[in-house]
Design a protein around this ligand. Sequence first.
Ligand code: ATP
Length: 265
Amino acid sequence: KKPDPIMSVDNIVRNFGGITAVDVDHLEVQRGIITALIGPNGAGKTTFFNLITGFDRPTSAASRFGRNEKSARWSFEGKSLANTSASKVSRAGMVRTFQLTKALSRMTVMDNMMLGARDQTGENLFLSWLKPSWAAQEREIEEKAKALLDRFRLLEKKDDYAGSLSGGQRKLLEMARALMTDPTMIMLDEPMAGVNPALTQSLLGHIQALRDEGMTVLFVEHDMHMVRHISDWVVVMAEGKVVAEGDANTVMADPAVIDAYLGAH
Ligand code: ATP
């Protein structure tokens, strides 16, 4: 299949004191497929997610080399996202979920969905409710939220506190909430963590359904069963760098990948 990158990243570096968490020369994410980002603990996967979604900023080349060498570049749908705020990134069509679910546990499931209708940071949420246009939009947004909750089998929980949901249901809520912004790409940070086996198949099915509808999916995961089962492409990170990519079987047989995992223990 001809490459058709939806996202392209060059020279992105993030240092924390003496630690280089991310040092990626080049990475492309292809449109309309499911890509897994794997790697041992501390490989830099979450930091990479934070950087490209505007929740963190790369360390500048100038501060590393004392002059402006190759500076970080990353683009989504052909548009640069460098120095773009998290809220603008989500409005550009790239949304993410978090490793530790951010579903606000003292809010109802429905209120969480309404929060998702705003940008990912919830910026100006309460101010925007005062605007006249909001009231008109609210009904429409509520209908959309209900349809998504129905799709993820959460509609009957809509008035329950998010905190009362099981781990797997929270993951589904996170996905449903992310979809409120009609993204073209969804990034899932450890979607299987804390999900009981009863919901595993259903969660995998939902992710595949998004792909089948044309959405691009990028996920970070330690669960190799999931990685093998649903990934169209696998990218392996170790010590901040991309060390291999390919289909799941090729990548998992790659000596560099086996080394990266063994070296981490
Ligand atoms: P895991 O699979 O365990 O979630 P990961 O691949 O997501 O790991 P990161 O969480 O991105 O890895 O961490 C990469 C490195 O950066 C680690 O050495 C970590 O300790 C360090 N790091 C991450 N965030 C910070 C921070 N805010 N301050 C200092 N160091 C950090």
